[in-house]
Design a protein around this ligand. Structure first.
Ligand code: ANZ
Ligand code: ZN
Length: 828
């Protein structure tokens, strides 16, 4: 029995307890059913859920519950991306241990998630900071090492002074730290790298397979990988008996070279200036530029700076003397760290040559109008016809590219080359709260991996967080001093920890076998569930997490641990939650806390509002009236079901569709039509907002039906309300459970029901709107009997008075009649 007033608080607590006790969402492998893996990006345990989380999880929960009702075996897990800086900062600031801080936050956020009624299989929960998880992260690190994909090398790396640690390239956003937004500087350090560049071509190529990803994300990854096809060739520098290799994608302009530029970090710089009068001046320049950020060096609106080395190179095709410069805009890490300067055809070089008075030579002429270098105001970067280019004169520059590349290859001066913008992934961090890198340095044996059976390398608990200048682990003697696993002599342990993006690169596979203590996951389990069918998360991970996870999956596939090539088949990037025109965030002070909304209206209202207010991929504007409207809708739903409950309690009885009254037919049509619309909206587009508004219309139709009819067709009402409750179950799981339980069936859960299906015959409408055209132009729209065939329809239309009037004085040439749609009369 239903009470007469909707009371979210008692209902929600009751059903949450019930689901938990009955293990309602526990998942096991079941080969009788098709499987479906839906996943929301696991959160960092910051302490409290925000509306962005609520949105993310509500979307995932609808998909999970919908697919489950459709007969899929659904995996829907949740866990914690639990290592990382904020925990450590809390330790530094408030003296609370990162482990304690993290676990308390997890407890609180899990409680909040449970209050939202999310259908997670909690038995599969993982936290990356627990040793039963990071033990396997360490194992995977060793696997990368064994496969030659983890290497330690010295490089100029990104350093954040605020976070006191290095950062990967992907974590530097516009020259600033992704986490704290302070400026990133370069430091020469020895660090661990994952060789993601070995997979650059596959990461790029396989983007084509990802049809279920937003185009935007694929493009972002494509640009980040940045494949370019060019030519690498060398200029001789006789005075130092050496060569300068350059990489160019515009070798068609090679006859227009007027200088060669080295990156300040280039090893030849010192050799070129040794003993020269300007040596010190160049050195001062180099030191200054090295401290500039990459952004300062490359942004197009930043002034380029350079200095002449005093030396000349020999042009390989013309034999000309070419001055050698050093400039800030050449990056050491890209290509060969040196470029040929072609002022006439590269705007950056144009500005540089203008500033330093270097020669400009036109070698590509515009096909539209002759160019003159003396009057040009900017570089000509377009395609054109080659001039001043010896054997290539008269060719298109595309043809010229080929001729020059072939010639250089023939003369063994150069070779065609593919370059990627993608750099290796810097994975070591000088921080405490991460998975320790399982390596040991021994004087005799060198770098020695910790043997698998000695894992985990546990994080020591007693650590000094006060001295932030030195990595915390490096200050723990007991941790640092160890014995070499190979020779048993005293050795030193690696004190860096892993980038937390390593932990999050494989968690979705661990979910498939979370309690395995022999391996990261078992072959049969991971392959039963993988790939993730639907992944849902924020666009901010378009490159970072999503690229790393793709890389991980490919490496693990090569290592024979999993048999999929790509981890995430479909990706949905949800929009932001906006309030008063700005992203809802603490710093903007416009936060509405989920707890507050749940306390006031209940979780079902919060979920319904969030799902109804905007399609998942669009930004969602928070609105108090909207929340209130959702609450009122649930109340309305409650009252109509309550109104009919006596009839519903009788159980299902049959009705004969042929014997329905016109009003009953209309209601039946509306209900079945709604089932179709909602199913399509969810399946084809995840358009939850339009699905919900269709359901709202059905509720309106029920109210209208109630007003218009004194007699009740119990069979029909039972069918319609049973459909209605099931349609709403994925969106508002608590109240639908209560309604189902109180009226349709007190012995079963609505969430274990089949998704409603529609009967084709119910969709047949008795009347339809017919469009009447004259010579293809719309004249009238008239509601007519839907059963008319083409001939009958034509006759009926011609019999209409309006049509007869329109026809007066005209001759009919032809009539096109399409049943249920239109009649087009061709007249003269
Ligand atoms: C000569 C030239 C003439 C260029 C011209 C362009 C236009 P992508 O497509 O990104 O690979 N380049 C090469 N290495 C560089 C480095 N380490 N730092 C800064 N710039 C570098 O770009 C390749 C082009 O970027 C190359 O082609 C080179 O400039 C520049 F009319 O060479 B080009
Ligand atoms: Zn040793």
């Amino acid at each position: 029995m239903l009470v007469d007033r909707y009371d979210p608080k008692s209902i929600e607590e009751k059903w949450q307890k019930f689901w938990e006790k009955s293990n309602a969402f526990d998942t096991v492998i079941n080969r009788q059913k098709p499987e479906y893996y839906v996943l929301e990006m696991f959160p960092y345990p910051s302490g409290n859920l925000h509306m962005g989380h609520v949105r993310n999880y509500s979307i995932g929960d609808v998909v999970a519950r919908f697919k489950s009702m459709q007969g899929y075996n659904v995996l829907h897990p949740m866990g914690w991306d639990a290592f990382g800086m904020p925990a450590e900062n809390a330790a530094i600031k408030h003296g609370i241990h990162p482990a304690k801080w993290t676990m308390e936050n997890i407890d609180n956020m899990r409680k909040q998630q449970k209050e939202l009624g999310l259908s997670y299989d909690w038995d599969r929960e993982v936290a990356t900071c627990k040793d039963d998880y990071y033990r396997w992260t360490q194992e995977l690190f060793l696997l990368f090492y064994k496969r030659g994909l983890a290497t330690r090398k010295k490089a100029a790396v990104n350093w954040c002074n605020e976070c006191n640690t290095v950062l990967a390239n992907e974590q530097v956003i516009d020259g600033c730290c992704w986490r704290c937004d302070s400026e990133v500087v370069k430091k020469d350090l020895e660090q661990w790298f994952f060789k993601i560049t070995d997979y650059a071509d596959r990461l790029l190529e396989d983007l084509k397979e990802l049809n279920g990803w937003p185009e935007r994300v694929r493009t972002m990854q494509e640009n980040w990988i940045g494949r370019s096809e060019g030519l690498e060739f060398a200029f001789d520098v006789p005075s130092i008996q050496d060569k300068i290799s350059v990489y160019t994608t515009r070798h068609d302009t090679v006859y227009g070279v007027s200088y060669v530029v080295l990156a300040p970090e280039h090893p030849l710089v010192e050799k070129l200036i040794a003993g020269k009068t300007q040596a010190n001046e160049v050195r001062t320049f180099v030191e200054r530029v090295k401290n500039q950020t990459e952004l300062q060096r490359t942004a197009s609106d930043m002034e380029k700076e350079g200095i002449f080395t005093g030396e000349y190179a020999v042009h390989p095709l013309t034999g000309q003397q070419i001055p050698i410069w050093v400039a800030n805009y050449v990056l050491f890490e890209y290509g060969t760290g040196a470029v040929m300067g072609v002022p006439a055809h590269d705007q950056r070089d144009w500005l540089f040559a203008t500033k330093y008075n270097l020669a400009k030579k036109l070698v590509i002429n515009s096909p539209a109008a002759d160019l003159d270098i003396a009057t040009m105001q900017a570089a000509y970067e377009e395609d054109g016809i080659m001039v001043n280019s010896d054997i290539c004169n008269g060719l298109s520059n595309e043809q010229g590219k080929k001729v020059i590349a072939d010639k250089m290859e023939e003369l063994s001066i150069g070779s065609k080359k593919v370059n990627y913008r993608l750099r290796d992934w810097l994975v070591s961090r000088q921080r405490y709260w991460g998975a320790p890198i399982p390596m040991v340095y021994c004087q005799d044996c060198g770098t020695v991996p910790v043997p698998s059976e000695q894992l985990p390398v546990l994080l020591p608990e007693n650590v000094n967080f006060a001295n932030v200048a030195v990595s915390p682990l490096a200050q723990v003697e007991d941790f640092v001093n160890c014995t070499c696993p190979t020779c048993g002599k005293p050795a030193r342990r690696e004190t860096d920890t892993m980038d937390t993006f390593i932990c999050s690169s494989w968690y979705y596979m661990r979910y498939t076998d979370p309690h395995n203590d022999k391996q990261p996951f078992a072959w049969d389990k991971v392959n039963y569930w993988m790939p993730v069918d639907q992944y849902i998360g924020g666009i901010e991970h378009a490159i970072l997490h999503l690229l790393y996870s793709r890389f991980f999956t490919k490496v693990l596939k090569d290592a024979g641990l999993v048999n999929v090539n790509e981890p995430f088949k479909n990706l949905l990037t949800q929009g932001m939650v906006i309030k008063d025109g700005a992203k809802m965030s603490k710093s903007k002070g416009n936060v509405v806390s989920p707890e507050e909304i749940i306390a006031k209206y209940g979780a079902d209202t919060a979920r319904l509002f969030i799902l109804f207010a905007a399609p998942p991929e669009r930004d969602l504007e928070w609105s108090e009236q909207g929340v209130d409207g959702s609450f009122r809708f649930i109340n309305r739903l409650w009252r109509i079901v309550e109104h009919y409950q006596a009839d519903l309690n009788k159980g299902q009885c049959s009705y004969n569709p042929e014997e329905l009254t016109a009003n009953e037919k209309k209601l039946r049509y509306k209900a079945h039509h709604t089932v179709k619309r909602v199913t399509d909206d969810i399946t084809l587009r995840f358009n939850f907002n339009t699905a919900i508004s269709a359901i709202m219309e059905l509720v309106n139709a029920l109210y209208l039906h109630k007003e218009q009819n004194e007699t009740i067709n119990a069979g029909l009402i039972h069918e319609v309300i049973s459909q209605l409750i099931r349609l709403l179950a994925p969106f508002i799981p608590h109240v639908t459970e209560e309604l189902w339980n109180g009226t349709i069936d007190s012995d079963s859960s609505v969430h274990k029901q089949n998704w409603p299906e529609y009967a084709e015959d119910a969709l047949e409408v008795s009347e339809v709107e017919i469009v009447i055209q004259f010579n293809g132009k719309l004249k009238e729209k008239i509601v007519m009997d839907a059963q008319l065939d083409a001939k009958q329809l034509e006759e009926a239309v011609l019999a209409l008075e309006k049509v007869r009037n329109l026809l007066a004085g005209k001759t009919i040439i032809k009539i096109i009649s399409v049943p249920k749609k239109l009649v087009n009369i061709v007249v003269k």
